[in-house]
Design a protein around this ligand. Sequence first.
Ligand code: SAM
Length: 239
Amino acid sequence: MPEIKLYNENCIDAMDKLNEDSISLIVTDPPYNLGNFMKNRDTNLSKMRDNFFGSAGWDDMAFDEWEQSMNTFFKSASRIMKKGGSMIVFMAIIKVETIIHLAEKHGFYYKTTGIWHKTNPMPRNMNLHFVNSTEAWIYFTYKKRTGTFNNGGALFHDFIETSVTPMSERKHGKHPTQKPEALMLHFVEILSNPDDWVMDPFMGSGTTGVAARKADRNFIGIELNKDYFAMAKARIEEN
Ligand SMILES: C[S@@+](CC[C@H](N)C(=O)[O-])C[C@H]1O[C@@H](n2cnc3c(N)ncnc32)[C@H](O)[C@@H]1O
């Protein structure tokens, strides 16, 4: 039976307690540092969703502070990664270069920038501009140039398309940036093996944990916010 360890605290403090050279795969969706950017836009977003990420309180750092926090994150992650382990970091497309630069400083080898396309995005201001329907994911390996890649002979594009998170995955509560389970499962299955340790240090509502359980991987999930942590715990336990 795979093991699950969940921590309700800052991911840097929780990662300090983990063993060196123990994590095979990180799949994570950290703050994109778009909170201030969105607040300053002429948009009706906040009227449409009162819990959008800019008002959620965890994505409104100044750019320098966010960059420093991501640097600290990659440094802590590098201590606990296995050589040849893999990492997927979801990110806003405009921040991809910053993330690659920071991760490379700590021994992560940059492989690919891919796109997640949402087939049914919220049609925000659809008569005024191109509706945002994409986010990036960045793929790294640690200290080696290749890692586990379970393609079974299939060709995987650097592009994945799903719907936005369905209501059936939100019954334990709503998280403003909850990812669909199919998206996280895609990366867990390709980039790790049963019994490996998969970690999500910014787990939000626990989607990576649900995917890890479905794929029989061990899982470490870390979330700072106590309400999101409770949601994640309930979701992962149910699965
Ligand atoms: C983009 S959301 C992740 C959403 C997640 N992928 C899901 O499907 O629900 C980022 C999460 O990181 C959490 N967070 C922000 N800073 C953190 C930190 N230093 N340590 C742990 N969690 C943090 C936020 O509370 C938020 O829930």
